[in-house]
Ligand binder design. Structure first.
Ligand code: NDP
Ligand code: PYC
Length: 357
């Protein structure tokens, strides 16, 4: 690999390039700025995309830049949007209107008020409306656990998943994430699509010419398929059968209908395609373990550690441990990109929205 740093030598097809996290962020942010995004949008998108790459979450790393730019070019997200905070004084519900921009800057704007409200009331929610959302949820969960609070985060997507017993896309891949703060170490965090896999994974299989594992998808006629093209044209399946189907439905209710925003079928109607990033809302709930445990025996954080130790003691791993290991490595060694990835970043930087077909 090339040396860690900010300067890039053009790699040959087999070479890789290694960048510091800061250098990669600078590059991704510059791509968005050149494509016409304002500083608040470009900065937040850079942070979440680089976090994905840093933590070896390829399905929500630099691969997502093109989709975000395609959505800008299609006029379905406002590159100059400035999110607005509604403090809703006295209420447990803080709201941010993304004003047609991406969800990430709206989240960054709302999280200090969310944390303050949850510490005061024991529980609080941040509702984000009118946002385009394409990212993983764990960066948001971690922003809340960094405040010493537990977090639940969810949002719809667009109709790509058939409910169990059905055969047509209806629910979204609806991600669901949870975090628990741990003193002096990385939080307990899980974050997953409520479909068997994220749609990004299917797209990555298609691009790599790889078949899907069995049980991920059905084709347009409702038959099981391992062909990514047929899966993209058909429907994905919920994880855990009827259980994932019900959790996906709950997310449509809480993070779509309850917050007065679009459900996954409505998002697909609005966009008319799954090639653009979806436009909907998001729900973030912050909980204070101390407030809930008050007056009951035991310290909730110490008791949680006993549970985590017992899990790990059986040889199981905690969710996110793979990510935290990858993060540590990226922090010391930098982030390594393939030649194709570097060329794609160069192209997007040079051409801006003209790079998007
Ligand atoms: P994965 O199945 O890759 O991972 C799900 C979670 O399970 C992760 O927290 C992972 O931790 C953990 N995990 C995996 N294997 C194990 C194991 N053996 N033991 C313990 N924990 C384990 O996630 P998905 O493919 O379902 O989703 C990927 C991402 O896609 C998510 O970040 C999600 O937010 C995002 N997404 C976003 C959507 C959107 O609309 N914005 C829609 C759908 C998905 P680890 O990472 O450490 O492996
Ligand atoms: O990977 O399923 C997915 C996804 C949909 C929207 C953003 N990510």
């Amino acid at each position: 690999p090339a040396a860690v740093g900010t300067s890039l030598k053009r790699p040959t097809m087999t070479q890789t390039t290694t960048l510091t996290i800061a250098a990669l962020h600078e590059r991704v942010e510059a791509i968005f700025r050149n494509a016409g995004l304002n500083a608040v949008q470009a900065g937040a998108l850079g942070r979440v995309i680089v976090a994905g790459e840093r933590d070896a979450c390829k399905s929500h790393g630099i691969f997502r830049i093109e989709g975000a730019l395609r959505t800008v070019k299609a006029g379905k997200v406002k590159p100059d949007a400035v999110p607005e905070l509604d403090l809703n004084e006295g209420s447990a519900i803080v709201k941010v209107n993304a004003n047609g921009g991406f969800a990430n800057p709206a989240f960054e704007l709302g999280v200090p008020a969310l944390a303050e409200r949850a510490r005061k009331l024991g529980i609080a929610a941040l509702v984000i409306n009118d946002c385009t959302h394409f990212s993983a949820l764990w960066p948001e969960v971690e922003a809340v656990t960094n405040e010493g609070l537990a977090a639940l985060v969810m949002c719809p997507s667009y109709a790509t998943v058939a409910p169990t017993g059905g055969n047509k896309p209806l629910l979204g891949t609806n991600p669901f994430a949870f975090g628990w703060p741990r003193p002096d170490q990385s939080p307990y965090v899980f974050d997953f699509a409520t479909s068997v896999a994220a749609r990004g994974e299917i797209e990555l299989h298609r691009r790599a010419g790889k078949q899907l594992p069995e049980g991920w998808a059905i084709d347009a006629d409702g038959n099981p398929t391992t062909d990514p093209e047929a899966a993209l044209a058909g429907a994905m399946l919920p994880f855990g059968g009827h259980k994932g189907s019900a959790i996906g439905t709950m997310i449509e209710l809480l993070a779509g209908i309850m917050i007065g925003d679009l459900t996954s079928p409505e998002v697909l109607d609005y966009l008319g395609t799954t090639t653009l990033a979806p436009f909907h809302g998001e729900l973030i709930i912050a909980l204070s373990p101390e407030a809930f445990a008050k007056g009951r025996p035991g310290d909730p954080f110490a008791r949680a550690e006993v549970l985590f130790d017992a899990i790990v003691g059986q040889g199981a791993r905690l969710p996110s441990q793979r990510r935290f290991v990858a993060r540590k490595k990226s922090e010391t060694d930098g982030v390594t990109l393939t030649a194709a990835e570097t060329e794609q970043l160069d192209r997007l930087l040079a051409l801006g929205l003209d790079a998007i077909a």
